[in-house]
Write a protein of this length. Structure first.
Length: 364
């Protein structure tokens, strides 16, 4: 994660993984989430924090999820139904269920289909926030499969040459197993920056670079400055590439591709669709069995060789090394399992306050 998103050390309080996980489970259970689902949701959030993806961990998302449960925008115990199914595919109606709880189950369904047919894909409609997309893609790794996850969310990104948002940040995640190397894991928004990182940058007072947002006239702001208060319609995010000269049409196209696979293909509609439900998200997960294409051992050996080849690239002047996707998060997870997860002191205070409000023991 970029340095401007890290909690400054003087504002950080380190907490251990187990305590944070138990705290989240207790809060979820208190608002009515079934125990198994509470544990699954907590695992998704804490895994994001362990891997350094603080924008999708407890700091940013837990309060939003609890508020959604309490308001009814997120269904506490959804009745997920299968709308359509074949040997290799399925479409689910999530009944307003939280993505960090529903999507892992959908990925397990895709994995089982891939075990039988070589590939499995599940689309989801009428869902809510997915969390860290790579969490769901990585579920395929232990099964010697390649995992893919995408999600289409509400409009926050202006199309190239546009002045109003028409697309979500629509991330794409892919997880690929290796042998001796760590897994290859990429997870990126199709906008220059996701909404949650804008909120995180605002919380910790970071300066953001140019090319992240457009003004109300749709003109990309190319100068760096303090992170403003994010408000859709006031400061709109730019697609990957920032402007046409930088290739923003490619980010725009990728965002549209995610919208098609997650929203239109599932029958869940698209961002900004008239009559769309507030907070509605559409998701897709897929699993590809390596054994259906190539011997697993040979595949992993070649993955190792390729990743080592990339890492051996001579670094550009001013840089120490070349990284591969998934390497920074792997190293961050190793560090945080040892030293604890850094939470902003404001987040710690929020935990104290919400624990008192919900009458849940504070254990951090």
């Amino acid at each position: 994660m970029l340095e401007q998103f890290h909690v400054p050390e003087h504002d950080a309080v380190r907490v251990d993984e187990e305590s944070l996980r138990n705290m989240v489970v207790s809060l979820f259970e208190k608002v009515g989430v079934p125990s198994d689902d509470a544990a699954l949701g907590a695992d998704a959030l804490v895994t994001a924090d362990l891997r350094g993806v603080d924008s999708h961990g407890v700091s940013n998302m837990l309060r939003y999820y609890l508020a959604g449960f309490n308001s009814g925008d997120i269904t506490v115990n959804p009745m997920v139904t299968t709308v359509r199914e074949s040997l290799a595919t399925a479409t689910l109606d999530c009944d307003g269920g939280l993505g960090i709880i529903v999507a892992p189950k959908a990925m397990d369904m895709a994995i089982e289909k891939a075990r039988n047919t070589g590939m499995g894909m599940v689309t989801m409609r009428n869902g809510r926030h997915l969390g860290m997309a790579s969490y769901h893609a990585m579920r395929a790794l232990e099964h010697n499969m390649i995992g893919v996850c995408m999600t289409a969310v509400g409009p926050a990104v202006v199309p190239t040459f546009g002045r109003e948002p028409r697309l979500g940040t629509n991330p794409i995640a892919v997880a690929v197993p290796a042998g001796n190397q760590h897994p290859f894991v990429m997870d990126f928004a199709t906008s220059v920056v996701p909404v949650n990182k804008m909120r995180l940058a605002e919380r910790i007072g970071s300066v953001i670079p140019g090319g992240w947002i457009a003004d109300t006239a749709g003109i990309p702001i190319m100068q760096e400055g303090p992170a403003p208060e994010y408000a859709p319609g006031q400061l709109n995010l730019l697609p990957l590439g920032s402007n046409r000269e930088g290739g923003s049409h490619k980010g725009y196209g990728l965002a549209g591709f995610v919208e098609i696979l997650c929203g239109i293909l599932s029958g869940g509609g698209f961002a900004g669709m008239v009559g769309g439900q507030r907070g509605d998200s559409r998701h897709m997960v897929a699993a590809y069995s390596i054994d259906a294409f190539s011997p697993v051992d040979e595949f992993k050996e070649m993955m190792d060789e390729w990743m080592e080849y990339l890492k051996a690239t001579p670094p550009a002047e001013g840089h120490e090394r070349v990284l591969v996707p998934g390497q920074p998060e792997y190293e961050e997870e190793t560090d945080r399992r040892s030293k604890g997860i850094p939470l902003h002191k404001e987040v710690i205070q929020w935990f104290r306050d919400i624990s008192q409000e919900l009458k849940v023991p504070y254990i951090l």
